[in-house]
Design a protein around this ligand. Structure first.
Ligand SMILES: NC(=O)c1ccc[n+]([C@@H]2O[C@H](COP(=O)([O-])OP(=O)(O)OC[C@H]3O[C@@H](n4cnc5c(N)ncnc54)[C@H](O)[C@@H]3O)[C@@H](O)[C@H]2O)c1
Length: 249
């Protein structure tokens, strides 16, 4: 894919950046000249991803941090330092029918996918770590297309992602006057370790329903993040961009 963005001189933070969509976002911003900090709770995957990015030594760093842990978020935000673009991407699934879903299944997903975004964003805001005069303070939150339409077996996940959309719109209103934009991306079904857990026949049936007849790629989401972080998107605020090949039409 042709890379068309230049983010030289910007600091980008990507939560859940050690693999999947997050890792692709990290790679694309590094290639576009940013300094990138990865936040992820999976130490082994984080170490492996940093090794893979050794060509960007000095421009990329990583911290092992659980976004559900407020104290760790505050401490790691301080170590991360100044940020221009925050990409709240870390997320999990614990799929079960409503009948089988336990309160713990529900709570774990809400804690990571919704409260985690609150914790991370507050940790940078409260410590005034967003660069005041960059003119490019951007918050990009990873929602999901299922937040807009519901999905079987995902009461917890859909509730968390619908919450992300509401929170994004609120931040767009509150922070707009302070030089921020806040937007959400609603990916469709993207080829990552998260969807690799799904049975092959389910994946085939999803692809057959996507008008463009393929799963999404992490690059599709990473390029949308870059657009939202770019000057070209400076008047886009509080919106949800679906990147789903038209699956919900
Ligand atoms: N893959 C898809 O089809 C799809 C579709 C819609 C939305 N999304 C969303 O996109 C985001 C990325 O998805 P993915 O498919 O790349 O997932 P993934 O499981 O491949 O990667 C998620 C990353 O987040 C990290 N993470 C999870 N919980 C964390 C925590 N508490 N603290 C810190 N790090 C944590 C994991 O270690 C992992 O590296 C998620 O928010 C997901 O809900 C994905």
């Amino acid at each position: 894919m042709t890379k068309t963005f230049d983010f030289s001189g910007t600091n980008v933070v990507v939560t859940g950046g050690a693999r999947g969509i997050g890792f692709q976002i990290v790679k694309d911003f590094l290639e576009a000249g940013s300094s990138v900090t990865i936040w992820d709770y999976d130490k082994d995957t984080l170490d492996a991803s940093l090794k893979e990015l050794s060509a960007f030594e000095g421009k990329v760093k990583g911290f092992q941090v659980d976004v559900t842990d407020v104290a760790s978020c505050n401490e790691v935000a301080k170590s991360t330092g100044s940020v221009d673009v925050l990409i709240n991407n870390a997320g999990i699934t614990r799929d079960k029918s409503l009948k089988k879903m336990t309160l713990d299944d529900f709570q774990k997903v809400i804690d990571t996918n919704l409260t985690g975004l609150f914790n991370v964003t507050k940790s940078f805001l409260d410590q005034e770590l967003f660069s005041a005069d960059s003119g490019r303070n951007r918050i990009i939150n990873m929602a999901s297309v299922v937040a807009l339409y519901g999905n079987f077996g995902q009461t917890n996940y859909v509730a968390s992602k619908a919450g992300v959309i509401g929170m994004t719109k609120t931040w767009a209103k509150e922070l707009g006057r302070k030089g921020f934009t806040a937007n959400a991306i609603a990916p469709g079904f993207i080829e990552t370790p998260m969807t690799a857990k799904m049975p092959e026949e389910v994946l085939q049936s999803i692809v057959s329903k996507v008008p463009v007849q393929r799963m999404g790629r992490p690059e599709d989401i990473a390029q949308t993040c870059m657009f939202l972080a770019s000057e070209a998107a400076s008047y886009i605020n509080g919106t949800v961009i679906s990147v789903d090949g038209g699956v919900t039409l």
